[in-house]
Design a binder for this molecule. Structure first.
Ligand code: MRU
Length: 353
């Protein structure tokens, strides 16, 4: 029997609130496997090794990881507790550098701690657990709203290209770029979706193609270098992507290869939409140049997913996990608060008012 894709949770607390249960996305699409994490080190590894990935899902897992790290604290007073909390927070914030949701969620946990500094440590722990849960549940609502807003730009029967995975497993539920596809599917829009493969991690093939197929959406898998031909064939009416960090001027970092797809879309006159919860918009980062791009191990290019290495031994590699799409290529940025159009300096600022 097919599973309901929305029953699959990227991460959650177990019933005793003592472990974080994380869907191991590295074993998809072949196996839906969850791993239990009892320590911040283990949650850090799950984020760093991409067992949980996608900007909102990383933030949620980190918030749970921070709660797990301090829930057993034997600190005798608030100062001692705060020190332990800060160490755990600093540690988790090194798991990955680009997705701002990681820092956003950890900062939100710290704000909750500071606002409740006059409470007992047991009460503070309970409030921190609730805050981590809120971060997850709010994300569901945010994604649903992004989906509704994005759907207003689409018509039934459209051909859509999506890059990487910005789906339900990259968030608390529904996804960002995939949310309008799911909501449209519920309403009978009959979209024809093209998921590209997104080397080196195959997120299109392993994650997006899997998610959409499980949900019964019409999805066709293509390799990254096929984006141009499907556009030229006239099969793509809009490109929908998620993002890891949007700078104040609209420049948006997303999975490597996104900027190339955006440039192609402009050439073919196809709208290019970025889907971003406000938690992914970083008004303190002024332009894309200020976004740190994660560099990952070369093995991901020549070894992962193969039985044998697929490049000569000792080859030099360059493996940036993300690139920045310049704001000039982005038709609109779709948030839960509404749709931002250029100039983004003004329209994004308004989203926070
Ligand atoms: O390296 P990843 O898999 O974490 O990269 C994910 C992406 O680039 C997603 O498009 C982005 O985080 C948005 S997820 C809603």
């Amino acid at each position: 029997m097919k599973q309901d894709i929305f029953d699959i949770m990227a991460s959650r607390l177990d019933d005793e609130n003592s472990e974080v249960i994380i869907l191991d996305q590295t074993s998809l699409p072949n196996e839906v496997r969850y791993k239990r994490h009892k320590t911040k080190e283990s949650v850090w590894e799950a984020i760093n090794h991409l067992e949980v990935r996608g900007a909102p899902a990383i933030g949620i897992a980190a918030a749970y990881g921070l709660y797990i790290a301090i829930k057993g604290s034997c600190a005798k007073n608030y100062e001692e507790f705060y020190k332990e909390f800060s160490e755990a927070k600093d540690f988790l914030s090194t798991a990955r550098p680009t997705a701002v949701n990681l820092f956003w969620a950890l900062d939100r946990m710290e704000k909750c701690l500071k606002e409740n500094c006059d409470k007992s440590l047991e009460e503070i722990k309970r409030l921190l657990r609730n805050e981590a849960e809120k971060i997850r549940f709010e994300d569901e609502e945010v994604c649903r709203q992004i989906g509704e807003n994005a759907l207003s730009l689409l018509n039934p029967g459209m051909g859509l290209l999506t890059h990487c995975n910005a789906g339900t497993i990259a968030t608390a539920k529904y996804g960002t770029a995939l949310a309008p596809i799911y909501i449209g599917h519920e309403k009978g829009y009959a979209f024809k979706v093209f998921a590209d493969e997104t080397r080196p991690l195959l997120q299109g093939a392993r994650l997006t193609a899997w998610e959409l197929q499980e949900a019964g959406v019409d999805v066709t898998l293509i390799c990254d270098n096929m984006a141009s031909i499907v556009m030229k064939n006239g099969w793509i009416d809009a490109v929908l992507v998620g993002c890891d960090r949007v700078a104040a001027n609209g420049d948006s970092a997303n999975k490597i290869g996104t900027s190339g797809v955006a440039i192609l879309a402009k050439e073919y006159g196809i709208p290019f939409y970025v889907h971003a919860p406000l938690s992914t918009i970083d008004m303190k980062t002024l332009t894309g140049k200020d976004i740190e791009i994660e560099l990952r191990r070369g093995e991901e290019i020549y070894e992962s997913w193969y039985c044998e290495p697929m490049a000569p031994k000792g080859i030099k590699t360059y493996n940036p996990a993300f690139d920045v799409t310049d704001a000039q290529y982005i038709t609109a940025i779709i948030t839960e608060k509404g749709i931002a159009y250029p100039p983004y300096e003004d329209s994004l600022k308004k989203m926070f008012e």
